[in-house]
Design a protein around this ligand. Structure first.
Ligand code: GLV
Ligand code: MN
Ligand code: MN
Length: 414
């Protein structure tokens, strides 16, 4: 009965209006959003979220990694809470739904429970994880990794954004702006975690499914490759005398394409960011650095090919010195069968068509899964488009996902 009430109290219109209001904070042309973590825009979006959560009777706190927590008490306040949430930061040319949907769907559930007067046995907490995207400070998932104890928060103190701002300083400044909020420590032991998210791929739409029941997440590894040569005059220096970092980068990327070749098209290999020094037309490059984002569902392939990167780059370059740093390593994970079953039962109760699928994108759930039973709920992405201003999911599809989330959370919270 309580699950019915919670589902019935979910408001498609309120949820859509809130998503559209938050999309104005950091709006970019073409319906997109650029809201990097720990920026003025991030703080404004969080203040809006906090006001809505307070109106729904939630209590607010922030932890040492600036993960933001909204809590609704249960009838047994000491029982381990059921956790939901996602992230509020976006890619620099991001859309209106990646991340924020999961936070707003969690808030919509709290609001629906509040309005329907439903009391669960366990508390329910909504968390907005810090820096999931890794767009401003690499890598992503810093907030969830620090909370889960995968890495100490200080690991990323010296990471800088493109303007040279250190992560540790951005975090201190951000936490000072939220000094009015009660502080909690990193780490806790939730009963379970369920994250709602847009699919970011085409499979649900192709299958005509309303809800993706997520079985797990493929593994990801990030590397930064730096090639150091020597700058020289573009008009006067014979090719044979050059130590051209850009030409070596081309050799390295060609060799990596061969290493990462996969006729089955399961493996994902991306070079998404390139920096060149001195970056002028008429100087040979002294330095070229590029990122590698490499993903695979099979842990053995992720290990073997990731570990081969250094040797392949070293063998491919002609003149440059090679330095390679690994900044992110998320092993593939399988979600907990009991959470998968709870999502399936909730979707069935809603009459939703489901598809079980594995996630190609990484999520904070990948690290939360190391701490407690975890699962995810996907809603369709139009055309499979994501990390793009054109990202779109219809209000009714988002509401269906939230009703499934609300039922799942109530079932787990008892
Ligand atoms: C998350 O944003 C990812 O890149 O998978
Ligand atoms: Mn996301
Ligand atoms: Mn993303």
């Amino acid at each position: 009965m309580t699950a019915e009430q919670a589902s019935a109290a979910v408001s498609e219109a309120r949820q859509w209006e809130r998503l559209m209001e938050l999309a104005t904070i950091g709006a970019i042309p073409g319906d997109g959003v650029n809201r990097a973590c720990l920026t003025r825009q991030d703080r404004a979006a969080r203040r809006t979220l906090i006001a809505w959560a307070r109106a729904a009777g939630a209590t607010i706190s922030v932890d040492d990694a600036a993960n933001l927590w909204l809590r609704r008490e249960g009838s047994e306040p000491d029982a381990a809470p059921v956790l939901t949430g996602s992230h509020m930061d976006t890619q620099p040319r991001g859309g209106r739904f990646d991340g924020i949907y999961g936070v707003i769907a969690g808030l919509e559930t709290l609001t629906a429970l509040h309005e329907a007067g439903v009391v669960t046995r366990r508390p329910i907490e909504v968390v907005a994880w810090t820096n999931e995207e890794g767009g401003r400070f690499a890598p992503g998932c810093m907030g969830s990794m620090a909370w889960a104890g995968v890495k100490p928060l200080a690991t990323w103190d010296d990471v800088t954004d493109p303007e040279g701002v250190r992560f540790s300083n951005a975090l201190i400044e951000h936490l000072a702006s939220e000094a009015d909020l009660p502080r909690r420590g990193l780490g806790s032991r939730p009963y379970a975690y369920v994250e709602a998210h847009i699919e970011q791929g085409p499979r649900l739409e192709e299958a005509g499914a309303d809800i993706g029941v997520v079985s797990g997440i493929q593994g990801s590894r990030w590397f930064l490759v730096t090639l150091s040569g020597e700058t020289a005059h573009a008009g006067t220096t014979p090719l044979a005398l050059r130590r051209d970092a850009v030409q070596d980068m081309v050799r390295a990327i060609n060799a990596l394409n061969a290493l990462m070749h996969d006729p089955k098209d399961v493996l994902r290999f991306t070079v998404g960011r390139i920096l060149v020094e001195p970056n002028t037309s008429n100087s040979v490059a002294s330095k070229a650095s590029f990122t590698i984002d490499f993903r695979h569902p099979d842990a053995a392939v992720l290990e073997a090919r990731g570990d081969a990167i250094h040797g392949v780059v070293q063998a491919a370059v002609r003149d440059a010195e090679v330095a390679i740093e690994e900044s992110f390593h998320a092993p593939p994970i399988e979600f907990a069968p009991e959470v998968i079953r709870a999502v399936e039962a909730a979707a069935a109760a809603e009459g939703c068509a489901t598809l079980q699928l594995s996630s190609g994108a990484f999520h904070d759930a990948q690290f939360v899964a190391l701490v407690c039973p975890t699962g995810m709920i996907f809603v369709p992405s139009r055309g499979g488009v994501s990390h793009n201003p054109a990202e779109f999911t219809a209000p009714a599809q988002l509401a269906a996902g939230t009703r499934v989330l609300a039922r799942t959370l109530v079932a787990l919270a008892g």
